[in-house]
Design a binder for this molecule. Structure first.
Ligand code: GDP
Ligand code: ZN
Length: 311
């Protein structure tokens, strides 16, 4: 049998993964039950994963995935159907949290979630407001500015008018980035504006899998013309978090850190403990109440999903 080779997963649909191994593009299935069962996750392999594949002696285009190499970073969400965490992108450095001022409306709590998902998975979040050609309310501008004051990279652009696209293109160079956001914020439009013809290429890639359905309900990794690599993820309405310890959530609310060391209880979940310095800072107006609300919701949700998790 030919020796195993390593490759990178570009996409996976219905249990068939497209793996780029050198110049070869292989269609792979997961070998045996072991890999499927040892990971508790809903879908054990995601775009960006580096895998070891055993070539098929009879077909130059097919192979079996034997193992997944340890991930540098991961973007995980809770899969309701599978009642398990699901990795939707692996080994990206930057996570672009894409939002829009309108259609769909600006939802800062969604951004808070994306930031927690990105940071807890080891990626650097970038808040990206697309559709900046549309009227942006003073409240939205203020919240974006708040993210910037907290030290997050915040950029704005317009896929349809072209604003900010060259800066975005240069941010992508030399990195693997993942694009996440609500459906309709314009991720596909952005990627197409940056790399014309991309949708068509993705369609061609996925054709083999879903027999021309052209669904975009999966993540896909591709290389941009200028060298950057991007993992596009399906638009979501909600993003439930998973695989984060409740006591870890506060670390990803960096506006809490000046206060959290002064809480009477350590560790403090800043929920109902007495003499909590974070709650005091919310009351005195030093922490944005909406950020605290985001935090509480994420905390409650993680407790829920842990209860309903398999095993
Ligand atoms: P996705 O679901 O995030 O991939 O969003 P799409 O790329 O499919 O875009 C959703 C809608 O927003 C489409 O009707 C686009 O034409 C529109 N859209 C995308 N980018 C912009 C933009 O920069 N400005 C405006 N005004 N509309 C945009
Ligand atoms: Zn506290």
């Amino acid at each position: 049998m030919a020796a195993a080779v390593t490759g990178e997963v570009l996409l996976g649909i219905n249990g068939i993964y497209t793996v780029q191994a050198g110049n070869a593009r292989l269609q792979c299935r997961i070998k045996g039950k072991q890999l499927k069962e040892e990971s508790r996750s809903y879908n054990p392999i995601a775009p960006g994963d580096i895998v070891e594949v055993a070539p098929d002696a009879l077909s130059a285009h097919e192979a079996m995935i034997c193992s997944v190499l340890p991930r540098r970073t991961r973007l995980v969400r809770w899969n309701k159907k599978g009642r398990a965490p699901q990795v939707i992108a692996s080994n990206a450095d930057l996570a672009f949290c894409v939002c829009s001022p309108a259609s769909p409306p600006f939802r800062p709590r969604f951004i808070d979630r994306l930031i927690v998902a990105a940071e807890s998975g080891g990626m650097t979040p970038v808040v990206l407001l697309n559709k900046c050609d549309l009227a942006t309310s003073p409240e939205t501008l203020e919240r974006l500015d708040h993210y910037a004051r907290m030290g997050y990279a915040v950029r704005s652009c317009s896929a349809s008018r072209g604003d900010g696209l060259s800066e975005l293109a240069s941010m992508l160079i030399g990195h693997t980035s993942v694009m996440v956001g609500q459906s309709g914020v314009g991720k596909s439009s952005l990627l197409n504006a940056l790399s014309p013809g991309l949708t068509q290429r993705v369609g061609e890639l996925s054709q083999k899998h879903d027999r021309g359905n052209h669904t975009t309900n999966f993540s896909v990794l591709f290389t941009m013309e200028n060298g950057g690599r991007v993992i596009d993820t399906p638009g979501v309405r909600e993003l439930e978090l998973a695989d984060i310890l409740p006591e870890e959530v506060g670390f990803h609310f960096r506006d809490f850190t000046p206060y959290s060391g002064s809480c009477a209880f350590q560790p403090c979940l800043h929920a109902d403990e007495p003499d909590c310095a974070v709650m005091a800072a919310v009351e005195s107006g030093h922490i944005h109440p909406d950020r605290y609300e985001s935090y509480l919701r994420i905390l409650a949700e993680l407790t829920e999903t842990r209860k309903s998790a398999h095993g």
